[in-house]
Design a protein. Structure first.
Length: 74
């Protein structure tokens, strides 16, 4: 799904893994959208995501999620 977002950014659904998750990605958890505020590497290829709400999510190496990512179009 692609659509225009305010401010000239393009919103795109992308499949994320520990290799490509980024700050600012919006992941829906339990029906609530959660924006990734920070992340750090854990042993074994896992990553700990910290959302703006303060909640934590650990993604393991094989975890695959769908996120909404804002991309600037020039």
């Amino acid at each position: 799904m692609r659509g225009w977002a305010p401010g000239g950014a393009l919103a795109t659904n992308v499949e994320i893994t520990t290799a490509n998750v980024q700050r600012g990605d919006v992941i829906q958890v339990g029906g609530q959208p959660c924006r990734v505020a920070d992340l750090f590497q854990l042993p074994g290829g896992a990553k700990r995501l910290i959302f703006e709400s303060g909640e934590l999510l650990t993604m393991h190496r094989r975890t695959r999620l769908i996120a909404l990512r804002m991309q600037r179009q020039w």
